[in-house]
Design a protein around this ligand. Structure first.
Ligand code: DGY
Length: 331
């Protein structure tokens, strides 16, 4: 009987997905709650044919080179894959999978949860109540920002940005967007208006980030961006931490240059426990859980397993981040 392919998974995944994978392959699951270090990855990768990764794993050129030629497929359990050197994988003919689409609505829901919580001071109110400080009802007790009818600026009008816009229509918002390219279909369908980056910053009451992370997007939201925002602006980040300069964010919230922020991602993650942001009342912080719906995470695990199984068979993987690997190579 032919030997089974070897697969390393860098964190426990949904049992049904694991079962499906284990039926056809020899699987090792990293058992810890913290991700494996790069040294562990370098040690494991030498002997595997499939690697199922999380966004916390540094899959750089060195790791990929160490896996070659046995490594046939990398499948990331996330839509974003900025932790993977996809170009290095492509050069070696290794397909990289991810999980697009399935987490769109869940992530959009969570962007809204952060927007509402930051605007209406939910975290601060809850902290007060839990510490025994339920103030009697009063006209100005814990008053926050109204959301209905305001202007929402979406930076990055991809799948998730559009899902956020769809929800904003229910709040009768004016919706501005800035994107690498204009999307006339979305303008027609969702009533969104394309504006320059600077105009979006200057006119939005709520700004929600939904762009894919690339080195060009690093610290897109910096001190000068905050200086252009309205003083009552609320920033929401469910994209990647490094899109926002953490020092500028801290300054903008400490000085009330903007009113509040809701962030699911930070640079670095986890946020250092003594970070000054954690002292502030006007920020709602979640530990990168925007896609953490139970059913969504199960589907993401299944998609990752489908990617691994197809890749191991040499078939095109269904959710591929680098389809160029399947193009004929030049002579
Ligand atoms: C992603 O998929 O890229 C999110 O950040 C986590 O689900």
């Amino acid at each position: 009987m032919a030997n089974k392919s070897q697969v390393f998974i860098t964190r426990a995944i949904h049992p049904e997905a694991l079962e499906k994978l284990a039926a056809e392959t020899e699987v090792e699951v990293w058992p810890e709650a913290y991700p494996p270090s790069k040294d562990v990855l370098l040690q494991k990768i030498g002997s595997v044919n499939g690697l199922l990764t999380m966004l916390t794993d540094p899959i750089d050129e060195e790791v990929i080179a160490r896996g070659t030629p046995a490594l046939k497929v990398i499948a990331q359990l996330a839509v974003g894959y900025d932790n993977i050197d996809v170009a290095a994988a492509t050069r070696r003919g290794i397909p990289v999978g991810h999980t697009p689409g399935v987490l769109t609505e869940t992530t959009a829901d969570f962007a809204w949860a952060l927007m509402m919580a930051a605007a209406r001071r939910v975290g601060e109110a809850e902290r007060e109540v839990r510490s025994g400080l339920w103030q009697p009802w009063g006209p100005d007790v814990l008053t926050g920002l109204d959301v209905y009818g305001k202007t929402l600026g979406i930076i990055g009008l991809g799948r998730i940005g559009k899902a956020v816009a769809r929800r904003a229509r229910g709040f009768s918002m004016r919706i501005l967007y800035n994107n690498a390219t204009r999307d006339l279909e979305a303008e027609e369908e969702l009533g969104v208006e394309f504006v320059t980056f600077d105009r979006l910053l200057a006119q939005s009451d709520f700004i929600s980030l939904h762009l894919y992370y690339s080195p060009e997007a690093r610290h897109l939201i910096n001190r000068s961006a905050f200086e252009q925002m309205k003083p009552n602006a609320v920033l929401v980040n469910t994209a990647r931490g490094a899109v926002v300069d953490p020092e500028a964010l801290t300054w903008a919230l400490q000085t009330r240059r903007i009113a509040a922020a809701g962030i699911d991602v930070f640079d670095p993650e986890p946020i250092p426990p003594n970070h000054p942001l954690l002292e502030l009342e006007n920020v709602v912080i979640a530990p990168h859980i925007a896609s953490a719906g139970i059913e969504t995470r199960q589907k993401m695990a299944m998609m990752s397993v489908e990617n691994i199984l197809a890749g191991l068979k040499g078939a095109p993987i269904p959710y591929c981040a680098n389809p160029q690997v399947y193009e004929p190579r030049g002579t």
